[in-house]
Design a protein around this ligand. Structure first.
Ligand SMILES: NC(=O)c1ccc[n+]([C@@H]2O[C@H](COP(=O)([O-])OP(=O)(O)OC[C@H]3O[C@@H](n4cnc5c(N)ncnc54)[C@H](O)[C@@H]3O)[C@@H](O)[C@H]2O)c1
Ligand SMILES: [Zn+2]
Ligand SMILES: [Zn+2]
Length: 361
């Protein structure tokens, strides 16, 4: 029987989000209904609301979630009712050209549920990043559910589903940060701070945090930054060079995603170093630079989709490291809010007062 539950939807471009009744179908083949325990508020939810992703309104928002499997459809054997899972937005297909070449982290044909969740009048909803977890329950593909140790706080676990995994993976997976490396991170929101935590976990010797907001730099220090640079007072390129013997950092991560921050990352990097772009630019942004600089400075210029993660490989390990006290993921949960407070959380996010607001169900 389809179930009626509460969900937070964006009905039209820019309008405040609404808490309303939605309908969740029974899981079909390959699908799973998950009872949501917690879901973080990510910048991307706001981008959906503002029409910055596409025009497929109404959206069911929320995508950084953890919860318990309630029921599974035909052919699902990877999870069972009662399993505690973190949801992911890149369930790899195993069939596309990237998967077949042994690079499933780049999968070009990721899976989502086939059936649609709807409003009570039958209007089909578009779930944010194929998840839609600002809701009591949601319908996803089985490959979007990764089992982790249920001992973890769901508010913490859910954050691995997007921003924290993206940042941590940008450092560890995409940037390949290793023992003794120097690393600089430009932009210390949830994503940048996760990159800092990842760099510490990987054994980086010098970790430089750059932001324009002093509160963000305080959090960055708590998560492992060895040095901080206030970009409103100091030129980040000169500061990063000075802190790395005059050379620049081995790996520089742009967790803002603007032409000026990417240029800073490019020039604050040592010869043959690596730049990782994890912040997401908008379509209007352009970059103009001497082509010779790309050649003569060498190294690698990379982008990081979802931290190049493989949920089945990375989520359980990171949760275990957290439970062992080696990865302070709880530091990312700034406030816990109710399902009706998502619109308010967007305003808080804009004001810069949080790393993450997390909806608790
Ligand atoms: N690649 C992915 O898969 C992926 C996944 C999730 C999020 N993201 C993106 O990562 C980016 C960061 O996300 P977030 O949740 O941390 O956002 P956020 O808004 O919480 O953090 C951005 C930080 O950058 C700082 N900042 C802004 N302009 C700056 C500048 N010129 N110099 C220095 N610091 C500056 C802000 O003060 C803030 O602390 C966003 O673009 C988001 O869309 C990417
Ligand atoms: Zn694939
Ligand atoms: Zn997100």
């Amino acid at each position: 029987m389809p179930q009626q539950v509460r969900g937070v939807i964006a009905r039209s471009k820019g309008a405040p989000v609404e808490l309303t009744d939605i309908v969740i179908p029974d899981p079909g083949p390959g699908e799973v209904v998950v009872s949501i325990a917690a879901c973080g508020v990510c910048h991307t939810d706001l981008t959906y609301r503002d029409g910055g992703i596409n025009d497929e309104f109404p959206f069911l928002l929320g995508h950084e979630a953890a919860g318990t499997v309630e029921s599974v459809g035909e052919g699902v054997d990877s999870v069972r009712p009662g399993d505690f899972v973190v949801l992911n937005w890149r369930a790899v297909c195993g069939q596309c050209r990237a998967c077949k070449r042994g690079r499933p982290q780049y999968c070009f044909d990721t899976f989502n549920a086939t059936q649609k969740m709807t409003l009570t009048d039958g209007t089909e909803l578009t779930p944010a990043l194929g998840i839609g977890a600002f809701a009591d329950k949601t319908l996803v593909h089985a490959g979007q559910c990764t089992k982790v140790d249920p001992a973890v706080d769901p508010a913490v676990a859910g954050l691995l589903g997007c921003g924290v995994m993206a940042g941590l993976g940008a450092a560890v997976n995409t940037g390949g940060v290793g023992r003794g490396d120097s690393v600089a991170v430009i932009g210390c929101g949830g994503v940048g701070d996760a990159a800092i935590a990842g760099a510490r976990l990987a054994g980086a010797a010098t970790i430089i945090a750059v932001d324009r907001d002093a509160r963000k730099l305080d959090w960055a220090r708590q998560l492992g930054a060895t040095h901080t640079v206030d970009a409103t007072e100091t030129d980040p390129i000169a500061a990063i060079q000075e802190l790395t013997g005059g050379f620049g950092a081995d790996v520089v991560i742009d967790a803002v995603g603007r032409p000026e921050t990417w240029k800073q990352a490019f020039y604050a990097r040592d010869l043959a170093g690596t730049v990782v772009l994890v912040g997401v630019p908008t379509p209007d942004m352009r970059l103009e630079m001497p082509l010779l600089d790309f050649f003569s400075r060498g190294g690698a210029l990379k982008s990081s989709w979802y931290g190049d993660c493989l949920p089945e490989r990375d989520f359980p390990t990171l949760i275990d490291l957290h439970l062992q006290g080696r990865l302070p993921l709880e530091a990312f949960v700034t406030e816990r809010i109710a399902l009706g407070d998502v619109e308010k959380a967007f305003h808080t996010m804009h004001a810069g007062g949080v790393l993450r607001s997390v909806v608790i169900l």
